[in-house]
Design a protein around this ligand. Structure first.
Ligand SMILES: Cc1cc2nc3c(=O)[nH]c(=O)nc-3n(C[C@H](O)[C@H](O)[C@H](O)COP(=O)(O)OP(=O)(O)OC[C@H]3O[C@@H](n4cnc5c(N)ncnc54)[C@H](O)[C@@H]3O)c2cc1C
Length: 380
């Protein structure tokens, strides 16, 4: 049986997120992008209206929403501005390893307080020398009595400098590759942690993206998430859950691009008529609409599979790969439809194109998604 209707609750969530996007995000988007302003004020509002941390489980008092519900919200928030909305997705990513592998005490210590006050968290695998190759990470940990001691540098970490707590992946011996990696959760303010926001991004410029250094950071043994040596598996499982949400971000950006094109093409005249009358322009918009529909189908299916307990790394990668690549094409075509004005900051579409590019890079590049899919096909 297949159904495509959203429940009443899902429709309400979408409406709430769309209204929030229109009232709180869109009016700030251009300014925050120009100035690389972290949207603390928007986050406070999002927290107040109940648009954050929706995946915190019900037994901790949270809404316990699934990946599909969260994707619907991300779609609408990212319609407004992917840079501003980035903190919502980054919080999702940070909480996932704790939701998946954290024990009761960790869930109570880190997830439950997110319902009480605005809290940011971060997920840190990437390092200056290891991004796609997660198994090649070099941040180390060693055991000392009842503690672990962490050393190394993570970079490009979303929410990195605003995070209250961080999920960190480190190895006990890099020669062990993926088998040496463990996952830790720790307050971001511990002695030995230093954080620096990285500036100068192409797109999603309001988002906080940071370097985090660990210099002999001592954490108690209970900072270990799950089983020692299983960190790589937790990171990969996290991506199975989070990649459909990147698909949702792509849908939001793409839908905005199409809406802007529909509006502009009716207003702009050339050769004595609206450019919307030209078949070449119509065809670009028709392709956009088809691609957005396909993105929705793939993304919602991947998210639904996760929620049914059948997360599939291949299907999550289908959703992320197709949506990220389609979003890049759609936003590039949107600039084309706007002509010279599309190239100027005064108009909204160049920003959409810049924001879209990141979707092909983070949480596994488009090449890495193809690798995941090909491995799945060949294994079968
Ligand atoms: C704004 C931003 C936010 C981010 N947020 C986070 C975050 O919150 N947490 C986090 O941990 N990371 C984060 N990242 C890091 C991101 O996930 C990595 O940048 C990404 O995984 C790519 O790694 P890399 O930059 O080291 O590129 P590399 O791994 O060096 O890749 C360079 C190129 O080589 C290709 N390549 C690499 N290996 C292969 C292969 N085996 N086959 C084919 N092609 C290959 C890649 O596709 C890419 O085109 C963020 C990055 C950015 C830019």
């Amino acid at each position: 049986m297949i159904g495509f209707d959203l429940t009443e609750q899902q429709q309400d969530l979408k409406r709430l997120a769309r209204r929030f996007s229109e009232e709180e995000i869109i009016p700030r988007a251009r300014r925050y992008d120009e100035n690389e302003t972290f949207p603390q004020d928007v986050a406070e509002r999002a927290f107040a209206v109940g648009l954050m941390n929706l995946g915190v489980p019900r037994d901790l008092g949270g809404p316990g929403l699934g990946i599909l519900d969260c994707s619907l919200i991300l779609e609408e928030l990212n319609y407004g501005c992917a840079g501003i909305a980035n903190f919502v997705g980054a919080n999702e990513l940070g909480t996932l390893p704790i939701r998946l592998a954290g024990n009761d005490q960790q869930q109570r210590a880190y997830l439950a307080p997110m319902l009480e006050k605005l809290t940011f968290c971060a997920f840190a695998t990437t390092e200056p020398g290891a991004g796609s190759d997660v198994a090649g990470l070099r941040t180390t940990y060693r055991r000392e009595g009842d503690s672990f001691v962490l050393n190394g540098t993570k970079h490009f970490i979303s929410n990195g400098s605003v995070a209250d707590w961080i999920v960190v992946f480190a190895t006990r011996d890099k020669r062990l590759k993926h088998k040496g990696i463990s996952c830790f959760v720790l307050p971001a303010t511990l002695n030995g942690i230093s954080r620096t926001r990285m500036h100068g991004k192409l797109g999603q410029r309001a988002a906080d993206t940071s370097e985090i250094r660990f210099d002999d950071v001592r954490v108690p043994a209970d900072a270990l998430v799950g089983i020692e040596g299983e960190g790589f598996r937790y990171a990969m499982t996290t991506f199975d859950y989070s990649r459909p949400e990147i698909g949702a971000i792509a849908i939001g950006i793409s839908q905005r691009a199409l809406d802007e094109c529909l509006k502009y093409s009716r207003q702009r005249s050339a050769f004595g008529q609206a450019i919307a009358n030209f078949q070449a322009v119509q065809f670009m918009m028709a392709d956009m609409a088809v691609e957005i529909e396909a993105m929705r189908l793939l993304t919602y299916k991947a998210a639904w599979l996760v929620d049914q307990g059948h997360a599939s790394n291949a299907v999550s990668s289908y959703a992320k790969l197709f949506s990220a690549d389609a979003c890049m094409k759609i936003t590039t075509d949107a600039v084309q439809i706007f002509g010279g004005y599309g190239y100027m900051r005064e108009y909204p579409v160049e920003k959409l194109m810049r924001d879209a590019k990141l979707l092909q890079i983070y949480e596994g590049t488009s090449q890495i998604q193809r690798l995941v899919i090909a491995r799945h096909l060949l294994k079968a």
